[in-house]
Design a protein around this ligand. Structure first.
Ligand code: MTE
Length: 333
């Protein structure tokens, strides 16, 4: 399925469409086979695909400086079962490595994550380059279990490791004029095969309003499942903003820039009417082409699994709703 973007009528595929078409096709195929009595064979193929995926993941292991303690910020609500490590690391969006969900796990091994620096620039008193090792030591790390809801209609529950981005922000002392924070991610044609493709504007950039960036839930993330982030999940450092759709959580960050004006963001540039700046999870605001009222939890996606109801702000209403008091969330989607 294709959509038109603002770029002079250039046509590109949108991930959600690829996914739903895929799922739709395989379900259709299964129904067709059921009708012809060949469903057994089809189910065997599904199981085989799973088995194939089981072998694909090499775990990066622990990092000495990654020393997380459980965080109070993952509590406060009934927690759902964790998504399996296997699913979390083999069903990804990381367009620098391909548009298919399986591509990042296959292709991201070329990403070079050491040495790594994150540059702080723009409206701050203390700009400069931070080596990853120093960033890791800036604050005590916590393990936070967060729901992740993707704009495409699926969700996961993941144990991330990191600390609140606010810790870093306080350290670099933003000026009073800094109203937004922009996250610029790596765009290296040599190691990222899809950078240069016309699917998105590179580098992949994201942004938050200053109060969102300072919200304690916003996690500067270095690991998951107690280990270093796998490359396909945005090693060595990414963002996680659990009350927003997953695409706000920029992976493999190289620059954090403080600005007065709202930064452009990758998906907003690609399809302005579909992906807004705020992108808060909101079951009452449909995507122009599909409803956001429910979601499919990865790992519960058997043929007859029921969809779950999507929660306002992805279940984090108590912690974040006050930041949007009085705002028309249909307009500021
Ligand atoms: N960051 C970069 N640099 N490039 C991307 O393509 N995809 C986003 C986000 N961060 C993306 C990115 C999208 S669409 C989602 S849903 C999440 O990463 C997926 O994170 P996960 O693969 O760890 O679940």
């Amino acid at each position: 399925m294709l959509i038109k973007t603002n770029h002079s009528g250039f046509v590109h595929p949108v991930s959600s469409e690829i996914t739903s078409a895929e799922v739709y096709q395989s379900r259709r195929e299964l129904l067709r086979l059921m009708a012809t009595g060949a469903a057994g064979a089809a189910l065997a193929t599904w199981a085989g695909r799973d088995a194939l995926a089981q072998g694909a993941v090499t775990r990066p292991g622990k990092l000495a400086s990654l020393n997380a303690t459980p965080s109070a910020l993952s509590g406060g609500m009934a927690l759902d079962k964790l998504t399996s490590y296997q699913d979390a690391t083999s069903y990804n969006n990381f367009y620098e490595f391909g548009t298919d969900k399986a591509d990042p796990a296959q292709n991201a091994h070329t990403l070079v994550t050491s040495p790594w620096t994150v540059e702080i620039e723009g409206l701050v008193k203390k700009p400069g380059k931070w080596a990853l090792e120093d960033l890791l030591k800036l604050s005590a790390q916590e393990e936070r279990i967060y729901r992740m809801r993707c704009v495409e209609g699926w969700s996961m529950v993941l144990p991330w490791v990191g600390y609140s981005l606010a810790e870093l922000i306080k350290r670099v002392e933003p000026l009073g004029s800094a109203k937004y924070v922009e996250f610029v991610t790596l765009a290296d044609k040599k190691t990222m095969p899809y950078v240069g493709s016309r699917v998105l504007d590179w580098p992949y950039v994201e942004g938050l309003r200053m109060d969102e960036a300072l919200n304690p839930l916003t996690l500067l993330t270095f690991g998951m499942y107690g280990e270093v982030l796998p490359k396909q999940n945005g090693a060595p450092v990414r963002l996680v903003t659990p009350w927003k759709y997953g695409f706000k959580s920029a992976k493999s960050i190289v620059k954090i820039r403080f600005t007065e004006t709202q930064p452009g963001t990758a998906w907003n540039k690609a399809a302005r009417n579909e992906y807004g700046f705020f992108s808060n999870v909101n079951p009452a605001v449909d995507h122009p082409r599909w409803s956001q009222a429910s979601e499919r939890r990865i790992g519960e996606d058997g043929l007859f699994a029921k969809k779950r109801k999507t929660l306002m702000f992805n279940g984090y209403e108590a912690q974040v709703a006050q930041m949007y008091a009085g705002m028309d969330l249909k307009k500021f989607y």
